[in-house]
Design a protein around this ligand. Sequence first.
Ligand SMILES: [Zn+2]
Length: 429
Amino acid sequence: MIVIRNARILGGEPRDILIVNGLISEIGAGLGGETVIEAEGLIALPGLVDLHTHLREPGREDAETVETGTRAAARGGFTAVHAMANTSPVADTAGVVEQVWRRGQEAGHCDVHPVGAVTSGLEGKHLAELGAMADSQARVRVFSDDGKCVSDAVLMRRALEYVKAFDGVVAQHAQEPRLTEGAQLNEGEVSGRLGLTGWPAVAEEAIIARDCLLAAHVGSRLHVCHVSTAGSVEIIRWAKSKGWNVTAEVTPHHLLLTDSCAEESPVGPYNPIYKVNPPLRTQDDVNALREALADGTIDCVATDHAPHPVEDKETEWGAAAMGMIGLETALSVVQEAMVETGLLDWAGVADRMSTRPARIGRLSGQGLALEVGAPANITLYDPAVRTPVDPTAMVSRSRNTPYEGLTLPGRVVATFLRGRPTVLDGKLV
Ligand SMILES: [Zn+2]
């Protein structure tokens, strides 16, 4: 029996939350329990759910493992993550997804839901064993070749048709490959000044438009990964207005940072810490993404947590790996970009970072409102503090955060997974 005292559920009035046998058994005032956790001033949110995490295991355990990545997730307030399929071997069979799922269970810091590859080996030639992965112990519902785009329209159509049988969803990394050959940074004024090959917005938007049309044509579910441009937002808004089954995510970094970071970094231009795919865009794109997340055109925030070892990031821009870590800073960045700006309240944050991603991933025990009878998946968050981001204090195996030195609001104080604390007083249990 744990009682959380005086927590502000979704930012509301202080209440006590009693947890018994992993469930919320009572919400009220003056409740008692064996273990008392004082939560004065803290906001209680349903445990966060990430649709897009790279745990790197199997194959790149030098960057991250299921153990270290889920520790980082718990530190960030997450109780469930979807582990992307671009591992080595690729998660394209029942065997690999079950291995990742089992490792998540053993680690126990948060639920791990493997994403299945759409095509064998992410090669874009043949469909992977989608049905076998769906039927496996891992019960895969989200399929993605993330890191690569399913650029072949026929394969994309077949995948969309196939996943209907088990209510799955295809999550597309929208990147027209020919338009982005050698691409390094958003195509625009900054890439021009820096002399880096541009990654044009149209390469994302063309694929999203095509896939929305395909999803409508076959009556299936499409999820768009890491939307990064204002034009993409317009296309998704249009698809939703038609009643098509299209959902979308945005990353914290695309809500806060712009391509000018590559030019104006504190340590000078060409700092590859800002190299990411899709690239950081312009302030106009950032503004459109924030508005779209606020009005629900973009359904949710997903971290695209992409750990890389130092040697793959601390090199020249052209040779550096793409990607940044994000699990431990996600909620703070969302507070900075969306709450401090008045675009979302805490109920909105809970919706975009827990309820909706759980629904898109078809997770049954996650993303539920903090009510009596619900599983006690709870994040306690202190929105009042502001601290400089310190990469050395992070628990991810990698350190490639773009927020080093930046002062961000908020701190995850505690995370509960079905009533069991995974983080207390900001530290892993
Ligand atoms: Zn991607």
